[in-house]
Design a protein around this ligand. Structure first.
Ligand code: F6P
Length: 323
């Protein structure tokens, strides 16, 4: 293993820089040349990479986003695009590749792994936490904290005005952020893609827990069955004529910001481990963290199996609504 390429791909997540730093520094430790490629698979197709030095990763552990840039690359979904990328990796004499990204990026990595013989390791970087084989993805903890802080602020105004707020958070296909931010911010209810919610039941719950209360918070994953917070609010409005309803869509603030301690820790451990796995001759593996242990599964398993939040947490929220 003489030269290892790395990319960040898909939606950025806080901690990606800490991960890049760990990959680069571990490579340098083992006298391997780290080769960063800009803008994920798109940069691989375009041939935009460079040899990295320790100076490139100096002072980045605390920065959000990714210094390498990222992209969602349509061209890479076609074999022609991937062949261009493979030709570039070969022309640069790359011996191993680290892909930091979410499920879309892992799908790209999986296909690449079938079509070339350069070993690949995937590292889960997404705020959504929707990757099988790991308790936490890089960026999820920071996003949860960002949401919690935003909801704390919204709760102040919700309580002052006795309003019911529907707060939409990211999670196209997964309810991890919505569910756990509901618990951490003391929300009264949550809607996630993994669990059906009856509108009549939601209305009933709102009426019950608002008797004599000072406003409430309903967390809504963007991918919930009703189409997000705005649509949901419009749906329940006719049933709640005496209530003051508002929505708030938190959007991309959830993806930015300085990574939490936990995200820096897992990003650093996973990044360093990826280099050692490549040195060990491993390929087509995804690294995860379970408890405090680094684990691996195949990239294929990572994309084919579903990661689902613990639905018992919905029952927990119901218990906490009891007066
Ligand atoms: O994949 C992470 C994610 O943050 C999703 O939760 C969200 O649906 C999506 O990215 C938004 O992507 P974009 O920034 O491309 O609009």
């Amino acid at each position: 293993m003489k030269k290892i390429a790395l990319i960040t791909s898909g939606g950025d997540s806080p901690g990606m820089n800490a991960c890049i730093r760990a990959v680069v520094k571990t490579c340098l430790h083992y006298k391997i040349t780290p080769f960063g490629i800009f803008d994920g698979f798109q940069g691989m197709i375009d041939g935009r990479g460079f040899e990295m030095s320790y100076l490139d990763v100096d002072n980045i552990i605390q920065r959000g986003g990714t210094i390498l840039g990222t992209a969602r690359c349509k061209e890479f979904m076609q074999v022609e695009g991937r062949l261009k990328a493979i030709a570039y990796l070969k022309s640069e004499n790359i011996d191993g590749l680290v892909v930091i990204g979410g499920d879309g990026s892992f799908t790209g990595a999986y296909h690449l792994g079938q079509e070339m013989n350069i070993p690949i390791i995937g590292l889960p970087g997404t705020i959504d936490n929707d990757i099988y084989g790991t308790d936490h993805t890089i960026g999820y903890d920071t996003a949860l904290n960002t949401v919690m802080e935003a909801v704390d602020k919204i709760r102040d105004t919700a309580a002052s005005h006795h309003r019911i707020f529907f707060i939409e958070v990211m999670g196209r296909d997964a309810g991890f952020i919505a569910l756990n931010s509901a618990i951490s911010s003391g929300a009264e209810n949550v809607l996630i893609p993994e669990k059906h919610m009856d509108i009549e039941k939601l209305v009933r719950d709102i009426k019950i827990h608002n008797k004599g209360r000072r406003g409430s918070i309903i967390m809504v994953a963007e991918g919930d069955e009703w189409g997000g917070a705005i649509e949901l609010m419009e749906k329940v409005k006719p049933f709640l004529p005496d209530y003051d309803l508002r929505y708030s869509v938190l959007g991309h603030i959830q993806r930015g910001g300085s990574p939490s301690a936990w995200d820096r820790i897992i990003a650093t451990k996973m990044g360093s481990y990826a280099v050692e796995l490549l040195m060990n001759g491993d390929t087509n593996l995804m690294v995860g963290i379970q408890g405090d242990n680094l684990v691996t599964c195949s990239i294929e398993q990572g994309i084919k199996e579903n990661a689902s939040p613990n639905l018992n947490s919905i029952k927990l929220l119901a218990k906490l609504r009891t007066k």
